[in-house]
Design a protein around this ligand. Structure first.
Ligand code: NOJ
Ligand code: CA
Length: 558
């Protein structure tokens, strides 16, 4: 197999350096702490890490406001620490991609300090200036809870500058060739230090044109194709993952003709998984998968349930958004901008079956799954922290002081650990969960392991939905070469049954993938099966070697 396609079968894991482990006890996680925890990630079965921004930054947007693209925030460690982390990760066969914040920078960046100081500054044209805030009126505002315009006034030179996010994050001017070149240099710089690729931030917004929404413009696609070409030539095997929160047709375009992004986050699917659950109906998932499945060869959707941001609801209908708010965000504090700022476990009321079902979906739908740190433990959140900080609290390692994250006094932590009784770190932590065989963490290890047993099938296989009269059940078959996996999900909270027309698979025998439990071979009649509330099954369909009458022979280790 071509190793350059490593991302296709990988399980990804998203980490904030600050949140993972504090090695020098100053209350802030760091690269050395991260290095110490690589073994944990290896044992969990992680193949690749996505690092949130770790560059020098005043942290007005938690590092998505970079003040120096060529250095690391000192609190996170030194360049040596970074290199050591990368080489240790590679020694565990774990690849590392990092955020590439390309659309905007920090207003504390020297480029912007120069640009704002003087209209004749050489850097002036690296940004977008106007005498009035009237240009690009059709560009929507993204941080609607904090910003009321995409323009901010610069009193010194009496002009406005354009910013798509916080006003402290001026957008770069991609019409300027120096900017385009500089970002390529940034890319080269970090790839030379050993990164395996980038998660590119806010990709739709690079180029702006009057009279458009200033999103997804052809010039933006062209530029990413140039970057891709450069990476393919100069750094083969490195990848680009797009953060493009868009409607399906636009999101899909970031794969180009297989010559743009290797992967893109599956923003179209993510909210619709939760909508399907809320409506106890498979329709939303089937509709969306049918819309987004035809992507170029060797491209993959990156499938996620949660990340460090709010669960965004910008690209759903008003009706769907209402369903989401009613089901998952009953308190106003649970909402932010157009989304829900909660972690996975609290979103689903800490219901274990639902958490398992959701993970079983992202591990078996076409694409590459990515986990958000702590969600493998069922970590809680803190909706009383501002912005998106409630889902960015310290990783919970043990029931020791500060959840084993740091030895400082609790007041000195960058954020408090979770102590809500339902999610208290004294029980929701790595050490405790490893000791209990039935813990969520051990279940997550199991599903990652099963996924690896069938990684080509589940990573690359085609999907075929099996029609059935019961909308509560989502049923599909994944196929790859001569392998077949039948996946069934009861989206409702009551037990139910399905009758499936599996005539195309007559003679095959379903073997439950987690336990290897045999089920009756598929015959002439519809296949009948019952599923518990929020239950799921993955059945490997095999050519049977024994008769069904042998099903209850032999040992059962479960
Ligand atoms: C998307 C990132 O995920 C988010 O955290 C950030 O605030 C914006 N882009 C702006 O960079
Ligand atoms: Ca530290």
């Amino acid at each position: 197999m071509n190793d350059n396609l490593w991302y296709r079968d990988a399980v990804f894991y998203e980490i904030a350096v600050k949140s993972f482990h504090d090695s020098n006890n100053d209350g802030i996680g760091d690269f050395n702490g991260l290095t110490m925890k690589l073994e944990y990630l290896k044992n969990l079965g992680i193949d690749a890490i996505w690092l949130l921004p770790f560059y020098k930054s005043p942290l007005r947007d938690d590092g998505y406001d970079i003040s120096d693209y060529y250095s690391i925030l000192p609190e996170y460690g030194t360049m040596e620490d970074f290199k050591n982390f990368i080489s240790k990760a590679h020694s565990y066969s774990i690849r590392v991609i990092a955020d590439l914040v390309i659309n905007h920078i920090s207003d504390q960046n020297q480029w912007f300090i120069d640009a704002r100081s003087d209209k004749n500054s050489k850097k002036r044209d690296w940004f977008i200036w106007n005498d009035t805030p009237d240009k690009f009126k059709d560009a929507r505002i993204i941080f609607i809870d904090t910003e009321n315009s995409n323009w901010a006034y610069e009193a010194g030179t009496k002009q406005y500058y354009f910013h798509r996010f916080y006003s402290q994050q001026p957008d770069l001017n991609y019409d300027n060739p120096e900017v385009r070149e500089e970002m390529k240099n940034v890319i080269r710089y970090w790839l030379n230090l050993g990164l395996d690729g980038f998660r590119a931030d806010a990709v739709p917004y690079l180029f702006k044109r009057e009279g458009t929404s200033c999103e997804n413009l052809p010039e933006t696609h062209e530029y990413f194709k140039e970057i891709r070409k450069m990476m393919d030539i100069e750094f083969p095997g490195t990848i680009l993952l797009a953060e493009a929160n868009q409607w399906p047709t636009e999101a899909k375009k970031y794969f180009g003709n297989g010559d743009e992004f290797h992967m893109a986050f599956n923003f179209p699917l993510m909210p619709r998984i939760f909508i399907s659950l809320a409506k106890r109906s498979n329709r939303s998932i089937i509709d969306i998968i049918n819309q987004i499945s035809d992507i170029p060869d060797d491209c993959d959707w990156c499938i996620f349930l949660r990340n460090h941001d709010e669960l965004t609801l910008e690209m759903v209908t008003d009706e769907e958004r209402d369903i989401m708010y009613n089901e998952y965000a009953k308190l106003p504090k649970m909402r932010l901008n157009m989304g829900i700022r909660r972690r996975l476990a609290p979103l689903v009321d800490n219901d274990r079956s639902t958490i398992e079902l959701l993970n079983a979906l992202i591990f078996s739908l076409p694409g590459t799954p990515i986990l958000y740190y702590g969600d493998e433990l069922g970590m809680g959140d803190n909706i009383y922290l501002g912005d998106r900080n409630g889902v960015r609290t310290p990783m919970q390692w043990s029931y020791d002081r500060n959840a084993g994250f740091s030895k400082v006094d609790a007041e000195q932590l960058y954020a408090p650990v979770i102590t809500n009784p339902n999610y208290h770190y004294e029980s929701v932590n790595v050490e405790s969960e490893l000791r209990i065989s039935s813990s969520l963490l051990n279940w997550m290890k199991k599903i990652i392991g099963v996924r690896k047993d069938y990684k080509e099938l589940l990573g690359r296989g085609a999907i075929e939905f099996i029609n059935n009269k019961n909308q509560r059940v989502l049923a599909y078959i994944r196929k790859y070469e001569n392998q077949r996996m039948l996946c069934l999900f009861n989206l409702s909270r009551r037990p139910t049954y399905v009758e499936l027309d599996l005539s195309n698979y007559k003679g095959l025998k379903p073997i439950e993938a987690f336990t290897k439990a045999p089920f009756p071979r598929i015959g002439d009649l519809n296949y009948f099966i019952t599923i518990p509330p929020r239950g799921f099954f993955w059945f490997n369909l095999i050519i049977p070697e024994t008769d069904d009458s042998m099903d209850f022979e032999g040992e059962d280790n479960y």
